[in-house]
Design a protein around this ligand. Structure first.
Ligand SMILES: [Zn+2]
Ligand SMILES: [Zn+2]
Ligand SMILES: [Zn+2]
Length: 280
């Protein structure tokens, strides 16, 4: 590779779209026409040395790895060289199960995560088995400490506020020629998140809900996310590119009529899509 590529492998909330058991208009549309289906949020990064780094391991990991197959045409078997985990919600780590002996039986694949996330994996089967059998090897990330992942590619884990029932939550500042801020899942903006967006060339941000009214007040209180309308307002006029990911199936930005989507695009914002490349 002569440049570092980030490729979107998933753009939906943890349940993907269509979501299990849901017969809403958006889920039914995605069921009838799989071109409109979306996987849980995940990002692949391919460094100059051709190493594949995966941010988050989702339950759709088998299909998502097929989305980078073209970058590795001569490989007989394609698995990530390392994985970075953002947090302990099912859409972000459960895909690790495919690394176990029932499936890929990987050999000490490095999995980067925080101390709390490490404790969570070590304390819960089947993930503890992967560690015991050395199919994955946990590498502890220190918050805000930059790690060199590949020639000319470094990543800084930045803590974000989120429902941390079982561990803590990270976003990632990914730097090569350009800076990409990847923050797919958080509760609300902080000064740090705001600063990361303003100082990065491109940000891929939590776009779970269009507005607070999309779900009941009670649901919003228990599962807060920064609504897209508020992010648009906050970063109005900013030249740096903003792409939304982690969309929930309730989000009208995904409506068939495309009305809100074109409004958003007219203002210079984008929606993430599986297969979308972000050169960094
Ligand atoms: Zn999530
Ligand atoms: Zn639905
Ligand atoms: Zn989450």
């Amino acid at each position: 590779m002569n440049k570092v590529i980030a490729r979107i492998l998933g753009s939906a909330q943890d349940g993907g779209i269509p979501q299990v058991g849901c017969l809403c208009e958006r889920c039914q549309w995605a069921r009838m026409d799989t071109a409109h289906a979306r996987f849980p949020a995940s990002l692949a990064i391919v460094g100059r040395s051709g190493r594949l780094l995966l941010i988050d391991a989702t339950p759709s990991l088998p299909q998502q790895l097929d989305l980078v197959r073209d970058l590795f045409p001569s490989d007989k078997r394609l698995l990530p060289d390392s994985v970075l985990l953002s947090h302990a919600h099912i859409g972000h780590y459960s895909g690790l199960m495919f690394f176990g002996k029932e499936v890929a039986s990987t050999k000490a694949t490095p999995v980067y995560c925080t101390f709390a996330m490490k404790h969570f994996l070590e304390s819960n089967k089947p993930f503890s088995y992967l560690i015991e059998r050395n199919e994955i090897r946990i590498k502890e990330l220190e918050k805000s400490k930059t790690i060199l992942f590949d020639e000319d590619l470094n990543i800084t884990p930045i803590e974000v506020p989120h429902r941390n029932e079982d561990a803590d939550t990270l976003s990632f500042l990914i730097r090569s020629n350009r800076t990409l801020f990847y923050a797919p899942d958080f509760d609300q903006y902080t000064e740090t998140i705001d600063r990361c967006v303003r100082s990065s060339d491109i940000s891929v941000l939590d776009g779970c809900f269009w507005s607070r009214q999309e779900v009941s007040d009670r649901s919003y209180e228990t599962i807060p996310h920064p609504p897209i309308v508020e992010t648009l307002e906050r970063f109005k006029g900013l030249k740096n590119r903003i792409v939304f990911t982690h969309m929930n199936h309730t989000n009208p930005i995904l409506d068939r009529d495309g009305r809100l989507r074109s409004k958003l695009e007219k203002n210079g914002f984008r929606l993430a899509r599986e297969g979308m490349d972000i050169p960094i």
